[in-house]
Write a protein that binds this ligand. Structure first.
Ligand code: DX5
Ligand code: ZN
Length: 230
């Protein structure tokens, strides 16, 4: 299996100090930056777009940026995120009229492509496009907001997705998003995830002595991962 990556969701960061927040969370041991894009149409909330992604790159962020598009339509904005420095671009299959075309578009823009599955969305579409997918993101909450509780049905779905990935023989990341905490990250890993989004659990955690550090919560997550069976 792939090495485990911890992906703080900046949805729960202090947006007035975003560059610093991202610097601090990376300096505290995070691996990639999870960037939630919401449009008040596909999901009932409105967040950030390519300008903010570009601003993080200009600020000096070199870690991978994992852009999670919760928007409809998808295609028009993909080149903008590619030019803004996105590493991964993931989207919900319900939000694209032509899923295969959108996957090809993301790859042609030089980014890694991923599909995101809501709690009630089956994985069926994967059987047709798994050869074009670099990441599978399973939602363990309904998309739109941080701070919701992990839906345990995601564990079985993770096991199914892990099986599909292993059968494909491809190097595909299996990411989980929603309600991930120190207390449940071990069982989520044991179910097959290798990439862990956490928003409120990281940015909302009591910070270390130094108010700009997130080491305690991130190292507790790593310890829980190390102790969980894979
Ligand atoms: C929800 C977003 C998540 C969210 C996770 O639609 O996709 O990335 O920020 O937040 P927590 O970790 O607080 O559930
Ligand atoms: Zn997300």
């Amino acid at each position: 299996m792939n090495e485990n990556l911890i992906a703080p969701s900046i949805l729960s960061a202090d947006f007035a100090r975003l560059g610093e927040e991202v610097d601090n969370v990376l300096a505290s041991g995070a691996d990639i930056v999870h960037f939630d894009v919401m449009d008040n149409h596909y999901v009932p909330n409105l967040t950030i777009g390519p300008l903010v992604c570009e601003a993080l790159r200009k600020h000096g962020i070199t870690a991978p940026i994992d852009v999670h598009l919760m928007i409809k339509p998808v295609d028009r904005i993909v080149p903008d995120f590619a030019s803004a420095g996105a590493t991964y671009i993931t989207f919900h299959p319900e939000a694209s009229e032509h899923v295969d075309r959108t996957l090809q578009l993301i790859a042609s823009e030089g980014c890694k492509a991923g599909l995101v599955f809501n709690p009630a969305t089956p994985l069926d579409v994967l059987q047709h496009v798994i050869d074009k997918v670099d990441m599978i993101l399973l939602m363990s909450v309904n998309p739109g907001f941080g701070g919701q509780s992990f839906l345990p049905s995601a564990l079985d779905k993770l096991r199914k997705a892990r099986k599909l990935i292993d059968e494909s023989g491809r190097n595909i990341r299996l990411e989980i998003d929603g309600g991930v905490k120190v207390e449940n990250i071990g069982e989520i890993h044991a179910a097959g995830a290798d990439t862990f989004v956490a928003g409120s659990a990281i940015f909302g955690a009591a910070r270390d002595q130094d108010p700009n550090r997130y080491d305690t919560v991130i190292s507790a997550m790593r310890n829980a991962l190390a102790e969980s069976p894979s």
